[in-house]
Write a protein that binds this ligand. Structure first.
Ligand code: AMP
Ligand code: ZN
Length: 444
């Protein structure tokens, strides 16, 4: 069993597609782990309490739960649109206050904390390994966060808050043995990851901006509390950029998935675009890029439809049989090599090119048809972006009905499936079930 933790969203706004680059990558990783035959337990927290949330809820004069609820719902809707599988667990910070207080108490007993102005801090000088992940040079430290009003209460500017005392009336807070207040952000992740995955686990993911200080602080809290190694492998993905700058809410250069859908972008093309560049390379977002992703998906779709039409009596082409097998090997070798998605996709496109030439010459057999469709089926278990769809299938109502019918067929509810087929026929739509999936065309 692979145990994996990913830092989830802070739900004070809609996630932008930079955040989703990170989550789409984690989805690819999760799908690949499962594809390779491992059982997986993937936990992603939802940060539903932090300074920004408390401030915004206070301004809106609503409880924090009421403030975060629509963003939590939007997050899961956007995840589904991007074909991101739901992690096994998505725990909420506000539901783990008790466990967080326990972790702080353990750190307190072991002498890693101090109190100042009602808040509890972690004293990093008590954890000699501090800095081992990010290799931060503590001697060169300059305060990078001078706007934090709590800074002056700390002994060392790198010390970080574990429990933050309540400051203003009306602020969300919890009454605990540590005082009335709220947890620090780093504390949430140590607590929820260890609660659900154990004191030591396999993989911890996040965007590169989390290496320091967030993940460094998670290590300091967890290892000081348990005296065990916290995480075996850290996997950090690079930023989505816009014109050379990180896409972020604070810079105001963000696009949400909703913005892109409104502008007519296909969410699957967004997914494909985000996956098409290796996760450790920066990716510059442009609408031109989304268009290119849409045409790449269209190319795959056209190809799958064309291959699906090879008739049953066409003899096998052994050379193509060998090429399909080699393509699968190359595809998997690329993913085994630190999840090199662009090389993996490159292998698929090479096969498309050469098979198209063979299709022109009618040298693709029925067995090859099944091998090629099988290969794309496998690749799609990981990429979850390829579909054989007719050009111009933009009518939501029809695609919705076709999907419902396919679900009914998967559920073996054939009566319902037939009803939907009839309903579509009334709308002038004829369905055709091919090996590449269900296709439809206008009866006219
Ligand atoms: P947040 O909601 O800010 O806590 O971020 C959620 C996740 O998105 C974290 O793993 C961040 O590292 C990641 N992230 C934030 N901005 C970007 C970006 N521009 N590109 C890629 N990942 C990002
Ligand atoms: Zn985290």
């Amino acid at each position: 069993m692979v145990r994996m933790y990913a830092c989830g969203p802070t739900v004070y706004d809609y996630c932008h597609i930079g955040n989703f680059r990170t989550f789409v990558f984690q989805d690819l990783l999760r799908r690949y782990i499962k594809y390779r035959g491992f059982a997986l337990k993937h936990v992603m927290n939802i940060t539903d309490v932090d300074d920004k949330i408390i401030k915004s809820a206070l301004e809106a004069e609503v409880p924090i739960q009421e403030f975060t609820q629509p963003f939590i719902e939007a997050f899961f809707e956007d995840m589904a649109k991007l074909q991101i599988e739901k992690p096994e667990l998505t725990p909420f910070a506000t539901e783990h206050i008790e466990e967080m207080v326990e972790l702080v108490s353990t750190l307190e007993e072991k002498g890693h904390t101090y109190q100042s102005d009602g808040s509890t801090y972690y004293r990093i000088s008590t954890f000699p390994a501090y800095g081992k992940l990010s290799r931060v040079d503590l001697s060169e430290f300059q305060d990078t966060n001078p706007t934090d009003a709590d800074e002056y209460t700390k002994e060392n500017p790198r010390d970080f808050v574990l429990w933050k005392a309540k400051k203003e009336d009306g602020e969300a807070s919890w009454e605990t043995p540590l005082g009335t207040g709220r947890p620090g952000w780093h504390l949430e992740c140590s607590t929820m990851s260890m609660k659900y995955l154990g004191e030591s686990f396999d993989i911890h993911c996040g965007g590169v901006d989390l290496v320091f200080p967030h993940h460094e602080n998670e290590i300091a809290q967890s290892e000081a509390a348990t005296d065990k190694p916290f995480v075996r492998h850290w996997i950090h993905s690079e930023f989505l950029q816009v014109e050379g700058e990180k896409m972020s809410k604070s810079r105001g250069n963000q696009f949400t998935l909703r913005d892109l859908i409104e502008r007519g972008c296909d969410p699957l093309a967004v997914r494909y675009l985000l996956l098409s560049v290796h996760y450790r390379k920066q990716l510059n977002f442009t609408f031109e890029g989304v268009k290119r992703a849409e045409s790449a998906l269209q190319r795959i779709s056209d190809f799958l439809l064309r291959v699906g039409e090879v008739p049953d009596d066409q003899p096998e082409n052994p050379e193509l049989t060998g090429q399909v097998a080699r393509t699968l090997q190359d595809f998997l070798a690329a993913l085994d090599e630190d999840l090199n998605t662009s090389a993996a996709l490159g292998a698929l496109f090479e096969l498309i090119r050469s098979t198209n030439t063979l299709l022109d010459r009618r040298q693709v057999g029925a067995a090859n048809r099944d091998q090629v469709l099988g290969l794309f089926g496998e690749a799609n278990q990981i990429f979850a972006a390829f579909e054989a769809r007719e050009q111009g299938v933009a009518d939501d109502e029809i695609t919705g009905l076709v999907e419902q019918r396919e679900q009914a067929r998967r559920d073996r509810d054939f009566q319902k499936a037939d009803q939907i087929r009839d309903l579509l026929l009334e709308k002038g739509i004829i369905l055709e079930d091919t090996k590449a999936g269900t296709r439809w065309k206008g009866a006219g």
